[in-house]
Design a protein. Structure first.
Length: 626
């Protein structure tokens, strides 16, 4: 009886063992659990194999979760599609095939010994849940670039030995890189993540390395054997520039027992506020997220012509140059400067006291600091529309004959164009204030103010060649000596309420006004001149000959051409002349009409006032009849 029971039990075991393995589509599966199987072999040579995510045998459906050891060894397959149910790929699973690329699904957590060794792989996508890359997993392929996911903590021995890697991105989770892991590749640089604590012998040997960056403040353990292939970085260590965290030179290099010795150069990585010099320009790091820097100094040994780059490079890191810092290039003898489009701010006195004759300010710049380009030899300047802030004295002391400001600018600061050679200037309607001495010491003989100008500050137009000045109705304040020392003959003030001016010491117009003709609106003689406290006194003569509305936009688009016997009214922008009225200088009406050509052969030579009504407004002009 006992013998019969043993025989039955043995037969039961044999039956179970036989049921655990089955074949479908030339793939042999072995049952692992009640609902999972592994692939154990493949019965076809060459071609592409698709491994299903599940298979059904004897009415039982199994998920395919593993590729077993040697499963596809030397089958000469050229392609494989792996299911997203896999968690493990075993030893030598795809060794010695002809695979050129592989995508390892995110379900896989472990690749074992030589899993994909000895193929022709050029492209590999690793699982984002992979924790271990096994020993020699990708040895002997042609992979040129690999990104190690953050999930990977361990890269085992010779994992990528003998490939063609030129680029390796190590994930932040890597802690251990074992011996020969990346030996015999084409790496010129490598960044070691912050969590790496150990790097084995020859891990990066036989690579043309020129740059190694280690981000761990505590130096990872490495093997140092100078001029030996067993050295972690091989025989090329003397040719490698090392970049390490700020303040770690001691623990990496100089302390007793330090292992990271023998590199070509050692540079501590930059932090915010740190400076770094490249090509004679000194930069300061302003941000690490994103990486940005500003210029702070210049070594004149670099010459008189400078091109500031878009980016500053420190080791494997680049920083966008977003600002020219205060005094960066002052007193440097520069004759030429190129500002990159990465720059948004030009600081105070950035280019003060050089010999610049021209400058192209990119339309990325939003702010130009105080005296940024003062004391140079600039002859013309175009400030781009991007600029919303223009500092005091920005272009003081140049040789400007032409200057263009952005329409969006609302104020012109103090001394912006002091001591230049400007002969005329037209202000946009957005300008509401003109600062102290803004145009002092130029050659201005013509000004066209905008319709919204409110304040003309002290000395703004002193020391110029202005004979006639038109003050818009919008102006409320004119500062001390604003127009002092000009050969002024006529001042036209169009405001019904006189702007506040200085009379006497520091006179807004001139110490002696007796030779200046003041023109004011009809009916305003009292508030301008004769009422108690009136400030516009001392002009001679004073006439109420402004008979219409001063319209700045119309003023710009209407011209009067004077010939021997005719006044020709010319207008732009599709203006339609409605009618005109001509007055003597004393305000007596002479003639009126609607034609654009006025015959003047019968007129007495002299100055007349011409009131023009257009479909878009009214303006008044002074004209001369010869």
């Amino acid at each position: 009886m006992k013998t019969n029971l043993l025989t039955v039990f043995a037969l039961f075991i044999v039956a179970i063992s036989t049921a655990q393995t089955f074949v479908q589509n030339n793939i042999t599966y072995t049952v692992l659990t009640s609902n999972t199987v592994e692939v154990t072999s493949y019965g076809v040579t060459g071609g592409t194999v698709t491994i299903p995510s599940s298979v059904t045998n004897s009415s039982i459906t199994y998920n395919v979760t593993e590729i077993g050891d040697l499963a596809f060894l030397n089958n000469q397959i050229t392609g494989v599609d792996l299911p997203n149910t896999l968690t493990y790929i075993g030893e030598n699973a795809f060794l010695s095939n002809q695979l050129t690329n592989v995508i390892i699904p995110n379900s896989v957590t472990e690749l074992d010994y030589r899993a994909f060794g000895g193929n022709q792989l050029t492209s590999v996508t690793l699982s984002n849940n992979l924790t271990t890359i096994g020993e020699r997993a990708f040895e002997g392929n042609q992979i040129s670039s690999i990104t190690i996911p953050d999930s990977v903590t361990l890269i085992e021995e010779a994992a990528f030995f003998v490939n063609q890697l030129t680029n390796v991105v190590l994930g932040s989770g890597v802690t251990t890189i074992e011996v020969q892991a990346f030996q015999s590749n084409q790496l010129a640089s490598i960044i070691i993540p912050e969590n790496v604590t150990s790097i084995g012998a020859s891990a990066f040997a036989t690579n043309p390395l020129t740059s190694v960056t280690s981000l761990n403040p505590a130096p990872p353990s490495i093997l140092t054997i100078p001029n030996s292939i067993s050295d972690t970085f091989g025989e090329s260590r003397p040719n490698i520039d090392l970049f390490i965290p700020a303040g770690t030179t001691g623990s990496y290099v100089t302390d007793t027992g330090a292992q990271w010795t023998g590199f070509n150069t050692v540079t501590e990585l930059l932090e915010v506020g740190d400076t770094y010099t490249s090509n004679f320009i000194t930069y300061e790091v302003t941000s690490l997220s994103p990486n940005t820097a500003k210029t702070v100094d210049y070594d004149t040994t670099g010459g008189t012509s400078v091109a500031v780059p878009n980016t500053m490079v420190n080791g494997l890191y680049s920083y966008d140059v977003t600002a020219i810092g205060n005094n960066s290039f002052d007193n440097s003898g520069l004759t030429d400067i190129s500002i990159p489009t990465s720059v948004t701010t030009i600081g105070q006195q950035a280019f003060l006291n050089n010999s610049l004759t021209s400058i192209n300010i990119p339309n990325t710049v939003t702010e130009i600091g105080q005296a940024a380009f003062a004391a140079n030899s600039l002859t013309s300047i175009v400030v781009p529309d991007s600029v919303i802030s223009l500092g005091d004295s920005a272009f003081e002391g140049n040789a400007l004959t032409s200057a263009t400001l952005p329409d969006a600018l609302t104020a012109i600061g103090n001394n912006v164009f002091t001591s230049n050679n400007l002969t005329s200037f037209t202000f946009s309607d957005n300008i509401t204030s003109i600062g102290i001495g803004a145009f002092q010491g130029n050659n201005l003989n013509s000004l066209t103010f905008g319709a919204n100008l409110a304040t003309i500050d002290a000395g703004a137009f002193a020391d110029n060649d202005l004979a006639i000045v038109n003050i818009p109705a919008s102006v409320t304040t004119i500062g001390n000596v604003a127009f002092n020392n000009n050969p002024m003959t006529d001042v036209y003030s169009f405001a019904l309420t006189p702007p506040i001016i200085t009379t006497g010491a520091g006179d807004s117009f001139a110490t002696d006004r007796s030779t200046i003709h003041l023109h004011i609106p009809a009916g305003t003689l009292g508030v301008y001149v004769t009422d108690a406290g009136a400030l516009w006194t001392g002009f001679n003569p004073v006439t109420e000959d402004i008979l219409g509305i001063f319209d700045v936009e119309l003023e710009r688009n209407v011209r009067i051409i004077t010939t021997e016997n005719t006044l020709q009214i010319m207008s732009d922008n599709n203006l339609q002349l409605q009618d005109y009225t001509m007055y003597s200088i004393s305000g007596v009406e002479i003639i009126k009409g609607k034609e654009s050509s006025i015959a003047t052969s019968t007129f007495t030579s002299g100055i007349y006032i011409l009131k023009l009504n257009f479909d878009k407004g009214t303006i008044v002009k002074k004209v001369v009849v010869n």
